[in-house]
Write a protein that binds this ligand. Structure first.
Ligand code: ADE
Length: 230
């Protein structure tokens, strides 16, 4: 998979992909993340990529031309399955979206900045608009990093134990059950006996019940959906 990220602040995206699982995924050749500096497509030698919004006093907008040029350049090099625009008024990002995107070959993520991007880019070139929550970030870069992280870890072969993505919270509609590690007794705080029993079937039942109870308590919205209860 290849993920191209278009941004006016490339420095913000220098680090998130250079560590841990995301770096290993790239080292293994399972994903390529390429960050493009929009300023390289500026309309003049001053590096201009934004301008005032028509009809509004304040607020800068990413101009159509630099974004268009960058998109055309990328699309002349390969076919893209999606051009995603990060914006607080987009569709909310869910595990389901991450699952869908992890099956794509090439995607472009365009990060908004300032007041956003010229609407004509959204109308004519963007195939999907995504929000990571009901709050406004100063740009789409951190949101793009969130999406890329959630997607990359789902690509087959990225996680060493492939089943671990399948047992993530939300993957089956429930939050994950509690987990423990050694020691079994730390200053009197004990790991539940069942987990030390060696009875795999019983442990599986226990984990499922814990996931149910936890979902009911912490995410009643998901619990209702899962059980169909009102
Ligand atoms: N850009 C600014 N805020 C955002 C958000 N909440 N989600 C996605 N992109 C954004």
């Amino acid at each position: 998979m290849r993920i191209d990220i278009i941004t006016s602040v490339p420095k913000l995206l220098e680090s998130p992909f250079s560590h841990s699982i995301l770096q290993r995924a790239q080292d293994k050749g399972l994903v390529e993340v390429v960050v493009h500096d929009l300023r390289q497509y500026a309309i003049n030698k001053h590096g201009q990529i934004d301008d005032y919004a028509y009809g509004v006093g304040a607020g800068m907008v990413l101009m159509i031309e630099p974004v268009y040029k960058c998109l055309m350049r990328l699309q002349s090099e390969r076919e893209y399955d999606e051009v995603i625009y990060m914006t607080p008024d987009g569709d909310s990002f869910e595990q389901k979206t991450a699952n869908q995107l992890s099956l794509k070959k090439n995607i472009i993520i365009l990060c908004g900045h300032y007041k956003g991007v010229d609407e004509r880019i959204r109308q004519h070139f963007v195939t999907r608009e995504i929000s990571i929550g009901n709050y406004v970030l100063s740009g789409g870069e951190l949101a793009a990093a969130v999406i890329a992280d959630a997607v990359i870890r789902l690509i087959p072969g990225v996680l060493s134990d492939e089943t671990s993505a399948l047992t993530d919270s939300f993957q089956d509609g429930l939050v994950a059950p509690p987990v423990y590690s050694r020691p079994a007794d730390f200053k009197g705080m004990k790991v539940p006996d069942i987990l030390l029993s060696g009875n795999d079937a019983k442990i599986e039942d226990w984990r499922f019940q814990q996931a149910l109870d936890r979902t009911k308590e912490k995410r009643p919205d998901l619990y209702k959906k899962y059980t169909g209860e009102e």
